[in-house]
Ligand binder design. Sequence first.
Ligand code: C2E
Ligand code: CA
Ligand code: CA
Length: 285
Amino acid sequence: AKAEGRGRWAVYDPERSARDIARSALAAELPTALDRGEFVLHYQPIVSLLDGRMLAVEALVRWQHPERGLVGPDRFIGLAEETGLIVRLGEWVLRQSCRDAQRWHADFPEARLVVSVNLAARQADAPAIVDTVADALADSGLPAELLQLELTESAVMGSAGEPLRTLYRLAALGVRLAVDDFGTGYSNLAYLRRLPITCLKLAGPFVEGLRGDQPSAADHRDVRIVDALVRLAHALELWVTAEAVETEAQAERLRSLRCDSAQGRLFGPPGPAETIVARLRGDPS
Ligand code: C2E
Ligand code: CA
Ligand code: CA
């Protein structure tokens, strides 16, 4: 494919650090890792801040490396984007997420549990993504409204002409679209009213300032920023999910700012599919 080879290391640089060498070792192994089935999905609950109910789970990919153990996405998603493998890896994530979510839906239909899947800019840009998503839904039998796609601001912002049409076609399938890490990318808000988005996800750094214990001046600013972002979202009839919520004080503050839902260690770390089943069953966690 023409995407391949782009972003590969082409120039010899004697000062390449050990880290870069480790990085390129991982990069070389990525394609076979996919064929060998070494990727696994963990799911993190997204809960209602009103009643604590689990509304959705975010699918987060990990690499079960034969020697290195469980490798986090920060180590390989960038590489997969550079090499173009993200399209194939992302398709696997999408299909596996839909299959898992349909299983949960079949066993716990009243839960209406949504699965939220990250889409890399490169995936979202390709018009073929619409067929891929439609196919993943049809194959799994998952109702479209139980699938949410998370796009970064830069992926959404790049949207003009064809890619914008792609987002509308995705929305027309009936899936939900969320803007990930909202507030950390471009500050152009025009796209918010132009695009068929249903949810904004507030990035961790904003949530960090909502500690409550000994707020600094910067923390006070974070409170006001979150307040403004939640109001903006609600004015546009969008849901807001706060990420990386670690303390009860943060959750309390988010509740008082009328934030709808949250995810983070406070409500449960990402875990294998069984941890979600246990939660749906109501097992004590
Ligand atoms: P993200 O989409 O912002 O995902 C949330 C990250 O926050 C996850 O890191 C999650 O484990 C972490 N997190 C959860 N609870 C807490 C908390 O209480 N505090 C803090 N500080 N962090 C928390 P993870 O799993 O390492 O994923 C990192 C990034 O990798 C994701 O960031 C996402 O951008 C990317 N990623 C993961 N899976 C996929 C995928 O399937 N496709 C694509 N394109 N990107 C993915
Ligand atoms: Ca995400
Ligand atoms: Ca995020």
